[in-house]
Design a binder for this molecule. Structure first.
Ligand code: HEC
Length: 191
């Protein structure tokens, strides 16, 4: 009695580990030779986002026997088969539904990661672009301020020059006038 209970526990434990087997591992052993997730075509199509393209039921049927799905006249199956030059995909009739589900769960997780990374990098590029635009604005402002500054400084310089010349001329005139008055005085005295 105890023996049979123990063996039942043991068997169910083995089954759990078998079905709970990492989708990543099953993918790498059975699919990675022909498929990538987000790294482009290999022998077969890139499986990035494939969960959005088909139902889970379709994916299970396809993985077990892609040829029977194609032969049933399924339009999407026929199209992808043609696109890949009628190369038949390996059939996996021995994989259980749960194992196939865990493969596509892994593909979903990887796709989500890739999409998130892509969105993040686009967001970062936009931020970088914005900050470089801000930098340009900054430079433009500085350039504007400096141009205006140089302009006013030159006007100031010209004004100072004019002022100097005028003072000089005035002084000269003053000296001239003074000597004239003195000459006149002298003239009057001697008269
Ligand atoms: C020997 C190469 C090969 C292996 C191994 C392989 N595939 Fe494929 N797979 C293909 C090819 C080629 C296609 C394109 C359709 C066709 O030609 O039948 C494809 C198509 C697919 C598609 C449809 C993709 C789409 O965008 O329409 C899915 C889903 C798929 N494979 C899943 C799997 C899974 C899951 C495994 C592993 C359990 C696997 N494949 C193993 C070659 C392979």
């Amino acid at each position: 009695m105890i023996k049979s209970v123990l063996s039942i526990i043991l068997i169910s434990a083995i089954t759990v580990t078998a079905t709970g087997q990492d989708g990543k591992e099953i993918f790498q052993t059975n699919c990675a030779a022909c498929h990538s997730v987000g790294k482009g075509k290999l022998v077969g199509p890139d499986l990035l986002g494939v969960n959005n393209k088909y139902s889970e039921e379709w994916l299970i049927k396809w993985t077990k026997s892609s040829q029977s799905v194609i032969n049933s006249g399924d339009a999407a199956a026929v199209a992808i088969f043609k696109e890949f030059n009628n190369i038949p995909m390996t059939e996996f009739p021995l994989l259980s539904d749960n194992e196939i589900k865990s493969i596509f769960q892994y593909i979903q997780t990887e796709s989500d990661k890739k999409t998130a990374a892509a969105t993040a990098s686009v967001a970062q590029k936009i931020t970088e672009k914005n900050s470089s635009v801000n930098n340009n604005d900054f430079i433009n402002k500085y350039l504007g301020i400096s141009v205006i500054g140089v302009f006013f400084l030159s006007i100031l310089w010209v004004l100072l020059r004019v002022n100097n010349t005028l003072t000089k001329t005035l002084k000269e005139e003053f000296v001239k006038n003074k000597s004239l008055t003195e000459q006149l005085k002298f003239h009057n005295q001697t008269k």
